[in-house]
Write a protein that binds this ligand. Structure first.
Ligand code: G4P
Length: 525
C-alpha cells in the first residue's frame, strides 16, 4: 500500500458525551466489531467514580488505566480506526478539549431520556470552533425516552448544528422494535441480546405490505408517517455539509444491546474524513506530504514516579513516522530519534516501526516535550490549534516549604507544560495564580508536587471571575488599559497579557469602557 492509500484509510475520532450516556459501552462495542476485543466488559471505564472525587489513589489508578485506553486502534473492513479516549470527569475537560484537536471527526452519544446535557454542549463548542465533522448516536432506545423528533430539535438548537436522521426508531422502551436504516434502506429488527448483532432485512419500499408482518400494523403506519415527515422536513443527507461541520447525521440505537452500532460504524467508515489538512503558523500541512510532521497534544506523565518518565502523544499530521529516524523538535531546535515509539492497538501498547498521518504515536520522554510542540522531518513549522480556555477556578499557589523553592518551581513549570492547569503571574504583586476547570485539579497538583517533586504547596483563596487574554490594534490604548488595570494584569506562561476580572460586572464595564481592546476567552485568537 502506498502512502496515500495508508492515509486515506485512516479514521481518527473521539466519542464525546455527558457522563453515563454510554460512551464506554459504545467504544467497547466498536472494538468488538473490529475484532479488537472478544468479550463485552473488557474496556474499563475511565470514569473517576463520582463518590470518590478526592480520592488520590483512585485518581492514580485511573491514570494508569487511562494510558492503556488513551488511544484504541483497530482494523475494520479496510479501514484503520483510531478512537481517542476523553476523560469522563468534567474537571478534566481541558484534557478533552486538547484531545479534540487531534481528531478528524467526532461521534456524540446522547441518552434518549436525558437529551443534550451540559458537558456535551461544552464539548460541541470546541467542535464548532474547529469545524469538526460530527455524527450523533442517540442511545438507550431500549428505554423510554423523549420523542425522536423532539430530540432532533433539541440537538439542533442546543448544539447549534443542522441534523439529518439516517436511521429512525420504531417505537422505544419496552415496545422498541428496531430501527429503519434510511441510509441503507433496511429494516433492523431488535432482539434484546447483549452479544450479537440483530437481524437486518433489506427494505427499499416502505409501502410494501410485508412491513406489517415485521413490525405490526400500528408501528408500520407510524413509521411510514414519520418517514414522510422526515423526507419533507429534512433535506437529503449532504456529505459535504457533514464534512464542513455544518450537518450532523443522526443514528438511533442501544449500545448496551449492540443495536444500531454496526450501522453507525459502517456509515462512519464510509463518510467520516480521513486525516485533514492542518494549519501551522507558517503554512497549511497536507497529510499526503511525504515529509513527516506532527504535534504533541497530550502528555501522560510519571508512569513511574521514581523516574521522570512520560509518554508524549503525537498526532501525525503528514507523511510517515519511522522508528530510529532523526526528527526535529522545533521548539528546542534539536534533532531527536525515538527507539521505542508505541502505538495502541485495542488495549495493548506495542512498539511500532512506522505509523502514518492520522495515527497517534506515544513517545517515551523524560521532559523534553510540552503540549503543542511540533515535531518534523526538518522543517520549522508550528502547529496551531491548541488553545487554552479561560479557567473557571482560581487560587494563589504558595510555597509551604521554604527549603524546597526550586523543586516547587520546577514542579509547577513541568505540570503546566503538561497542561494540568494554567499559570498566571500577577504583575502587580508577583504572586502566582493557578487556574483550573475543576476543584479536583488543585488536589492533583498538590499531590503530584509532593510525590513527584518533593515540594509542598499551599492554596490561598483569590476571588476571580474570569481570566481573559487581551489584545488591541492600538498599542497606546493597550498600554492605557494595562496602566488603569495594573492591579488586575497578569502574564500567562507564554508571556501574553491576561486581564483578571473579579466579577462579571467588572468585565462588562471594561469591555464597554475600552472598545478598542479585544477580550478573548481562549488563548488562540
Ligand atoms: P459513559 O462512558 O458515557 O459514562 O457511560 P457508560 O458506557 O459507562 O454507560 C453508563 C450506563 O448506561 C451503564 O450502566 C451502561 O450499562 C448503561 N447503558 C449504556 N448503553 C445503554 C443502552 O443502550 N441501554 C441501556 N438500558 N443502558 C445502557 P451502569 O449501571 O452505570 O453501569 P454498569 O454497571 O452496567 O456497567
Amino acid at each position: 500500500m502506498d502512502l496515500s492509500e495508508e492515509i486515506n484509510r485512516r479514521r481518527t475520532f473521539a466519542i464525546i458525551s455527558h457522563p453515563d450516556a454510554g460512551k464506554t459501552t459504545l467504544t467497547e462495542k466498536l472494538l468488538l466489531f473490529g475484532g479488537a476485543i472478544h468479550v463485552a466488559g473488557a474496556v474499563k471505564s475511565n470514569k473517576i467514580k463520582k463518590t470518590a472525587t478526592s480520592d488520590w489513589m483512585e485518581i492514580e489508578k485511573q491514570r494508569g488505566i487511562s494510558v492503556a485506553t488513551s488511544v484504541m486502534g483497530f482494523e475494520y473492513k479496510d479501514y484503520k480506526i483510531n478512537i481517542l479516549d476523553t476523560p469522563g470527569h468534567q474537571d478534566f475537560a481541558e484534557d478533552t478539549f486538547r484531545t479534540l484537536t487531534a481528531v478528524d471527526s467526532v461521534i456524540i452519544v446522547i441518552d434518549c431520556a436525558k437529551g443534550v446535557e451540559m458537558q456535551t454542549r461544552r464539548l460541541m463548542q470546541v467542535c464548532r470552533m474547529r469545524k469538526t465533522p460530527v455524527m450523533v448516536f442517540i442511545n438507550k432506545m431500549d428505554r423510554e425516552g423523549k420523542d425522536p423528533f423532539d430530540l432532533l430539535d433539541e440537538v439542533e438548537s442546543e448544539l447549534q448544528i443542522k441534523v439529518r436522521p439516517l436511521s429512525w426508531p420504531i417505537s422505544m422502551g419496552m415496545s422498541f422494535k428496531g430501527v429503519y436504516n434510511i441510509h441503507q434502506e433496511s429494516l433492523n429488527l431488535y432482539t434484546p441480546n447483549k452479544q450479537t448483532v440483530s437481524e437486518t432485512i433489506a427494505f427499499g419500499d416502505l409501502n410494501d405490505p410485508e412491513l406489517e408482518n415485521f413490525i405490526g400494523q400500528k408501528d408500520a403506519a407510524k413509521l411510514r408517517d414519520d418517514l414522510e415527515l422526515i423526507e419533507g422536513v429534512y433535506a437529503p443527507f449532504d456529505k459535504q455539509a457533514y464534512l464542513a461541520g455544518e450537518l450532523a447525521p443522526v443514528f438511533f440505537g442501544s449500545a448496551l444491546n449492540t443495536f444500531g452500532v454496526k450501522e453507525l460504524l459502517d456509515c462512519f467508515v464510509e463518510i467520516a474524513p480521513s486525516p485533514r489538512p492542518v494549519e501551522t503558523l507558517e503554512r497549511t500541512v497536507d497529510p499526503h506530504e511525504d515529509a513527516f510532521s506532527g504535534f504533541v497534544f497530550k502528555i501522560h506523565a510519571n508512569m513511574d514516579p521514581n523516574h521522570r518518565s512520560c509518554i508524549a502523544f503525537v498526532k501525525i499530521c503528514s507523511g510517515k513516522f519511522e522508528r530510529n529516524v532523526n526528527y526535529k523538535h522545533v521548539r528546542q531546535g534539536k534533532m531527536m530519534k525515538f527507539s521505542a515509539p508505541t502505538c495502541f492497538m485495542a488495549q495493548k501498547k506495542e512498539t511500532v516501526d512506522e505509523a502514518y498521518a492520522g495515527d497517534i504515536v506515544g513517545l517515551p520522554d523524560t521532559g523534553n516535550f510540552k503540549i503543542g510542540d511540533s515535531l518534523t522531518a526538518g522543517e520549522t513549522i508550528h502547529f496551531k490549534g491548541l488553545p487554552s480556555f479561560s479557567p473557571e477556578m482560581f487560587k494563589y499557589i504558595e510555597n509551604a516549604d521554604p527549603m524546597k523553592q526550586k523543586q516547587l518551581q520546577k514542579g509547577i513549570d513541568q505540570l503546566m507544560d503538561e497542561g494540568v492547569a494554567q499559570l498566571f503571574v500577577n504583575q502587580f504583586n508577583g504572586r502566582k495564580i493557578i487556574g483550573t476547570v475543576g476543584q479536583l485539579q488543585f488536589e492533583v497538583i498538590q499531590y503530584r508536587l509532593l510525590h513527584e517533586y518533593g515540594a509542598q504547596c499551599r492554596w490561598e483563596p483569590i476571588h476571580l471571575y474570569k481570566a481573559c487574554w487581551i489584545e488591541s490594534d492600538d498599542p497606546a490604548e493597550l498600554e492605557n488599559f494595562k496602566k488603569r488595570k495594573y492591579q488586575y494584569m497578569a502574564l500567562d506562561k507564554e508571556g501574553r497579557d491576561v486581564f483578571l476580572a473579579d466579577s462579571a460586572y467588572v468585565l462588562q464595564m471594561a469591555q464597554s469602557d475600552f472598545e478598542k481592546i479585544r477580550f478573548h476567552f481562549s488563548s488562540e485568537f
